[in-house]
Design a protein around this ligand. Structure first.
Ligand code: FAD
Length: 488
């Protein structure tokens, strides 16, 4: 007779506190194991990169430090989820699987459906706990806000970890050595992962870094320090939205720093608002939110795409932003928006050719925020105003002295500050663009940005009157802001 067990299946919830699935398992009367499944099909995806696996691995190591006290650990399985559960099922009689519900891309949604069928066939009960205030299966946004506030103010779960239900077993699907070696070497350029670091970061934001939060939010250098930098921790669940929200709301400095703290809390809500959209329509990963924009032609220019990805467009703010996010995994909101605007409007490229590239760079990649945000900036929602960011103005407004630009573009180290935003004017008579020069040379602008912006404006606003764009606009407003009959 096989021994009965429960399983806690970790996903984007890599923490030991405020964790409903862990609590369910601990409260039950049979042994349980805690697993994370690193799926070969997922890590091969175009939106996944080594840095994501590294963040996950280090977060789990951090969890294991806590869990050791209770003779527990998280086991990382390397295989497809269905195969992993089938393998465990051969050894044990699985009674329950506890996890958080995942607002993921279609592939994870399909994977979950496959696993669900297997569980049903085997009489295994799968309890998926709600997370981030995102609701499953809703067909209307009515009451969503109220529900979100109720949810975020619920008492935090204090996980206690009794050591009464320990079980010894051998992980039959460990990671291959070479992969383990690669993902266990966490690069020092990236922000540090794990539950401990998440709390350190939140505490330092509340106590020291937040006084200039709103003032610096669009400055690509200063925001690195004055923004909360909670995004990666939230994306991989080192901390819950609820923990963040309550910590800031109840903080002793709240009254002194109300404006900044409120702005932070609002953004935590935006986070869940975007994720809720994606929960209902995760097709946003591959198709325009407003189907009418599928009709818009965007001739592919491979050269433009690689100039953008390499940080070699000739526009200092665009290039510095790309180079910095590749190196560090983080960029402030304004510069993310500008990169998308430059790609989709100035270079007139299809958003799909840039979205996965940025997803791979962002350490905080969260599909439910990333794709809706990317499309909002690309102008393919039909419900938001179309913003075309002037890359020179962004640079003048938010990096006046060229500090950020000079940090990331060594070719411009000797460029006077007065010319840093439009170096082509200063160097037109110099050797900056001279390929034969033995100095590192900066590239000439690949487009005329004013002309391209004017073309984009005409194209994007002109398309707003398309009949499909208009009818889709109504559908989107109904589905994501008011009552509707749509359900999934
Ligand atoms: C094209 C594009 C792609 C993006 N992709 C992601 C992504 O994959 N993951 C991600 O977490 N954020 C994404 N953002 C939103 C935003 O840029 C980041 O959340 C923010 O820069 C993270 O830094 P922070 O934690 O210091 O943010 P703070 O300003 O301190 O905000 C606190 C938290 O609120 C949430 N938040 C902040 N701004 C937004 C926003 N505009 N929309 C939704 N949630 C927000 C984040 O969880 C963030 O950690 C994207 C924005 C754009 C324009």
């Amino acid at each position: 007779m096989k021994e009965k067990i429960n399983i806690v299946w970790l996903k984007r919830d890599l923490r030991t506190q405020d964790h409903q699935p862990l609590q369910f398992a601990d409260d039950a009367n049979i042994p349980f194991i805690i697993i994370y499944i690193l799926e070969p099909s997922m890590i091969k995806r175009a939106d996944w990169s080594l840095r994501h696996s590294q963040f996950v691995f280090s977060s789990i190591e951090n969890m294991n430090k806590h869990l050791k006290k209770y003779s527990r650990s998280v086991d990382i399985f390397y295989d497809e989820a269905l195969k992993v559960f089938k393998e465990i099922d051969r050894q044990f009689n699985i009674i329950n699987v506890f996890s958080h519900a995942e607002t993921g891309v279609k592939e994870t949604w399909d994977r979950d459906n496959c696993v669900r069928k297997f569980f049903k066939f085997k009489n295994i009960y799968w309890e998926e706990s709600q997370t981030n205030g995102v609701l499953r299966g809703i067909n209307s946004r009515e009451g969503w806000d109220k529900n979100w506030y109720q949810n975020i103010r619920q008492p935090l779960i204090i996980n206690k970890f009794s050591n009464k239900h320990i079980i010894q077993y051998q992980n039959p699907r460990p990671m291959p050595k070479e992969l383990k070696y690669r993902i266990s070497n966490y690069p020092s350029e990236f922000q540090e992962p794990g539950e401990n670091k998440a709390w350190e970061q939140l505490n330092s934001f509340a106590c020291n870094r937040s006084s200039e939060y709103l003032f610096n939010i669009s400055n690509p250098s200063k925001s690195r320090h004055s923004c909360s930098r909670m995004s990666a921790h939230l994306a991989w669940g080192n901390i819950s939205s609820k923990q963040c929200y309550q910590f800031i709301l109840n903080h002793v400095h709240f009254d002194k720093n109300k404006r900044n703290f409120r702005a932070f809390l609002t953004r935590l809500k935006w986070r869940c608002h975007f994720m809720q959209k994606f929960e209902v329509e995760n097709e946003y990963e591959t198709r325009c939110i407003n189907k009418g924009y599928e009709l818009l032609e965007k001739p592919k220019n491979k050269e433009f795409i690689s100039h953008w990805m390499d940080g070699k467009t000739g526009f200092p703010m665009v290039d510095a932003s790309i180079r910095s996010v590749k190196e560090t995994g983080w960029l402030n909101f304004r510069m993310r928006a500008m990169l998308v605007s430059f790609f989709c409007h100035h270079l007139d490229q299809d958003w799909r050719d840039g979205a996965n590239f940025l997803a791979r760079q962002f350490l905080d990649y969260e599909p439910g925020i990333h794709f809706p945000q990317f499309q909002m900036q690309a102008g393919t929602t039909g419900i938001n105003t179309i913003r075309i960011y002037n890359p020179v103005k962004q640079s003048e407004d938010h990096d006046k002295e060229g500090v950020f630009i000079k940090k990331w573009i060594p070719e411009l180290a000797s460029c006077p500050t007065s010319s840093i935003h439009e170096p082509w004017n200063y160097y037109s008579t110099n050797d900056m663009f001279n390929e034969n020069s033995n100095k590192a040379t900066y590239i000439n602008p690949i487009i005329d940005h004013k002309l391209q912006a004017a073309n984009a404006r005409k194209k994007m606003w002109g398309h707003r009157s398309n009949a499909l764009v208009k009818s889709e606009k109504q559908r989107i407003l109904m589905l994501h802001t008011r009552s509707s009959t749509f359900a999934r």
